[in-house]
Design a protein around this ligand. Structure first.
Ligand code: KG4
Ligand code: ZN
Length: 337
């Protein structure tokens, strides 16, 4: 069985094709991705209307690219999956509309996928796929959650952020430091030259005893420090503050992940979502988990942020388990929230 997957929830247009055997690992046959980051950078964030229009421009050429890569014809596709939500409504409608139209033309069913399930299952795209059950740390621009994952579709939220997401904390702090959107990777790069001990930043809820998060206070603390530094902070001061910010976010993510592992008694951690690309987070999780004989899995770096492959993979894993809510081609809805 072949599944085509579309991702268009925010500022990346992703398309991918996966071969789904009855048993064993689904195989990625081709994928293509267009990032709109450069287009939105001038505005300091994603402009929803521009995002929708660009998805429209990109989605069919990317689909053609994927089919050519895989050497597969359109009518060989069996199921068409798309991100149903959460995300920007107009952006979601592009992927959903194309998926449903293609499905109607080909007489095939569609499958709406939850964007976060895509992130959660993205480590199954790597050769070293995790085994169930595991604890998942889902850290993206919009979400920060710890989950217990017993099987595909069996998810229990152990804890989540009560305000900002970890990616948001990176992005908002980066903006205060004058870095371009999306700030996470820029802040991480600046932090490489910095000394985290030069600033004392808060780690909200660190000792709450629960796997929950709060990052709004950190952003406020960064703002206070930026104001103190005045109009012309030195490059070193900016780097030090970036390093301190990153250290605070990473320490909270690591401690809370360990807490969730301890409380569930599970031995495996899966990290997913854009912030999972952060190298300090990976280093510290690797060290902490090795010390406690815990295993930690990550998606490939390029698959941490939004992409079509994770949507096609989530669809593939659901299909293999008979858990796919297939819809006959026809109407569709998106779920922005
Ligand atoms: O998962 P994702 O692509 O989109 C959402 O579904 O939100 O995550 C994007 C987030 C942004 O906040 C971005 O700044 C952050 O992931 N990010 C990083 C890094 N790479 C991406 N944050 C810290 N360090 C990185 N290397
Ligand atoms: Zn995402």
């Amino acid at each position: 069985m072949k599944v085509l997957g579309f991702e268009s929830s925010c500022d990346e247009t992703g398309v991918a094709l996966i071969e789904v055997p009855e048993r064993g690992a689904p195989k990625l046959l081709g994928q293509a991705l267009h990032s709109q980051i450069a287009m939105h950078q001038a505005y300091g964030g994603v402009v929803p209307e521009l995002a929708s229009r660009d998805h429209i421009r990109r989605v069919l050429p990317l689909t053609r690219e994927v089919l050519d890569q895989a050497g597969v014809a359109l009518n060989e596709i069996d199921v068409i999956a798309y991100t149903q939500g959460p995300g920007l409504a107009g952006a979601l409608l592009v992927g959903a509309g194309v998926a449903v139209s293609l499905a109607a033309a080909l007489g095939r069913p569609t499958l709406g996928i939850h964007h976060l399930e895509g992130h959660l299952l993205s480590p199954f795209l790597s050769a070293d796929a995790p085994e169930f059950p595991f604890v998942a740390l889902l850290v993206s621009g919009g979400h920060t959650q710890l989950m217990r994952v017993d099987e595909v579709g069996a998810y229990e939220i152990l804890g989540e952020t009560i305000d900002d997401a970890a990616g948001e904390a990176f992005d908002k702090s980066a903006k205060l430091l004058g870095l371009p959107y999306p700030g996470g990777p820029h802040l991480a790069r600046l932090a490489e030259q910095g000394d985290a001990t030069q600033f004392d930043l808060p780690r909200p809820l660190l000792h709450s005893g629960k796997p929950d998060f709060s990052f709004a206070g950190l952003k406020t603390a960064v703002l206070t420090q930026v104001k103190k530094l005045g109009d012309a902070p030195s490059e070193q001061q900016r780097a030090d503050l970036a390093a301190a910010t990153q250290a605070a976010i990473v320490e909270v993510l690591v401690k809370k992940s360990l807490l969730a592992l301890k409380q569930t008694g599970l031995k495996r951690l899966v990290v997913a979502g854009g912030v999972g690309a952060n190298s300090l987070l990976r280093q510290q999780l690797n060290t902490a988990c090795a010390k406690r004989q815990l295993r930690v899995h990550y998606p490939e770096l390029s698959l941490c942020t939004d992409n079509g492959a994770m949507i096609a993979m989530a669809a593939a894993l659901r299909l293999q388990r008979g858990m796919a809510d297939l819809q006959p081609a026809g109407g569709f809805e998106v779920r922005p929230r």
